[in-house]
Design a protein around this ligand. Structure first.
Ligand code: CMC
Length: 427
């Protein structure tokens, strides 16, 4: 098979190398295209554009495969915990016991957030969306941790990563506590990362925190399932912001803003709001299916469809099972779950959805679990951000270590050509 692609344009032929990934994916390397042929490619939404070579996450959307550093998402969700997965994503290998303990201890040592940060949080109205609060607080962290990271120093890089992994869950928990009117607090550093985070969110003043293993395990699994998803909108944002050599915290803050939108991470909040609206409207799923298919109606079935998956999102399968287990374990009978299952069944049998290969995605069932765990709807995307943090960090680190050039796409200009200036009194 040829390892070159040939392009013919205006009677001339140009050859470009084709690179091959370890999972036999092919890509035409067009780095020289503009130089040799004075041509660029156009690809809105980057549907066919590879922005980098990456060794972190592999996904095959046709087959419904997702792997972090070669390990299947199913194995990691069942056998690893979130901190192990974070280490794996960022540093490339699963940690042994000693490395994991060291990693956790280093995170523990950095888990305080400057008291002055509380004043910034205070300045937000209680009604502020926690994604906006989280993005702002992550940016504000830079002011309290102003040291620049020398990316050629492994020690510097490690320290910046550990600091962010330590402080981020505190900010997430504070965002929730502000919403709930609870005093800002810390958890218990002697317990696991996720348990400590849960404690930071829910511990009530004057009351003993009681651990519920089912809840902690479900939370851990949800975070793992969200931990990375290769070059999605927020991750690409993190890489492109970082490519200007803006720092890690600034790059992550930009990623949080990108994740916020309802077509990306914001879909989990939108799914639950949609399910609640259907329930309030009498539970008529057929009516909403018809709206989703009507091209004159802006309504979309939230939690359905994916840019890359044209088959079952493997994360949705795991989450659906987890939702059943968590609700059964906590003794919750949520009518919203029945509506979700009804919608899924109808969509999977409907020609419109089948033809377009629209399947439930990661966000379709996650909100049902978050709701069962007493996490307010507006916090769902914040939970996604906490889960995605190791992925963003891993992608930022890879981009800096690879010495990737600044991200700067081109365009095809379709505006007015040169014209004379018209004075104000002549317009
Ligand atoms: N409901 C109804 N129709 C849909 C939906 C949906 N949820 N998703 C896609 N379609 C239709 C779309 O109208 C288009 O139809 P046609 O070919 O007739 O014009 C076709 O399917 C292809 O859709 P697209 O918008 O061109 O596909 P895309 O790859 O640009 O968008 C998507 C992917 C996820 C933004 C989209 O499927 C969507 O808006 N889904 C709902 C929002 C959602 O659940 N987002 C979470 C994504 S997973 C978590 C994450 O990664 O953040």
């Amino acid at each position: 098979m040829s390892d070159k692609a040939i392009l013919e344009f205006q009677g001339k032929k140009y050859e470009f190398p084709v690179i091959k990934g370890t999972e036999n994916e092919f890509a035409i390397d067009i780095k020289t295209l503009r130089g040799v042929a004075n041509l660029i490619t156009i690809d809105p939404g980057f549907k066919n554009t590879g922005s980098c070579e990456s060794a972190i996450t592999f996904l095959d959307g046709e087959k419904g495969i997702l792997r972090y550093r070669g390990f299947t998402i199913e194995a990691l969700a069942e056998k690893a915990d979130f901190l192990e997965v974070a280490y794996l994503l960022i540093f490339g290998e699963l940690p042994n016991e000693e490395k994991l303990l060291q990693f956790h201890n280093d995170i523990r040592a950095e888990s305080h957030v400057d008291e002055e940060m509380k004043k910034i949080l205070d300045g937000f109205p209680k009604s502020a969306h926690p994604m906006g609060v989280l993005s702002s607080l992550t940016s504000a962290l830079i002011a309290f941790n102003p040291t620049t990271v020398d990316v050629s120093s492994e020690k510097d890089m490690y320290h910046a990563i550990v600091r962010l992994l330590a402080k981020f869950p505190v900010l997430v928990a504070w965002a929730l506590r502000k919403k709930k009117g609870l005093p800002l607090d810390y958890g218990d550093d002697s317990v696991g990362y996720v348990e400590n985070f849960h404690q930071m969110m829910f511990k009530r003043p004057g009351q003993e925190y009681k651990k519920n293993k089912v809840v902690i395990d479900a939370l851990d699994q949800l975070l793992i399932l969200h931990a990375d998803h290769e070059q999605n909108c927020s991750t690409s944002t993190v890489r492109i912001v970082g490519s200007s050599h803006a720092g890690l915290f600034a790059s992550i803050s930009a990623g949080i803003s990108a994740l916020w939108g309802p077509l990306h991470g914001g879909a989990n909040q939108a799914v639950l709001e949609m399910l609640e609206a259907i329930e309030k409207d009498g539970g008529d799923t057929k009516k909403y299916m018809a709206k989703a298919k009507d091209k004159n109606d802006p309504f979309r079935l939230m939690g359905f469809g994916h840019r890359v998956y044209k088959n079952f999102d493997p994360r949705a399968k795991i989450i659906k099972k987890a939702a059943d287990e968590v609700l059964a374990d906590l003794g919750i009978n949520d009518p919203i779950l029945a509506i979700a299952k009804g919608l899924e069944k109808e969509a999977l049998e409907d020609d419109y959805f089948v033809k377009r290969k629209l399947y439930p995605n990661v966000d379709f069932y996650s909100g049902i679990i978050y709701r069962a765990l007493d996490i307010p709807t507006e916090m769902f995307t914040v939970m996604f951000a906490l889960g995605r943090l190791p992925g963003w960090i891993a992608q930022w680190r890879e981009m800096r270590l690879n010495g990737e050039p600044i991200g700067r796409p081109r365009q095809v200009y379709i505006g007015k050509t040169k014209r004379p200036f018209v004075a104000l009194d002549k317009r």
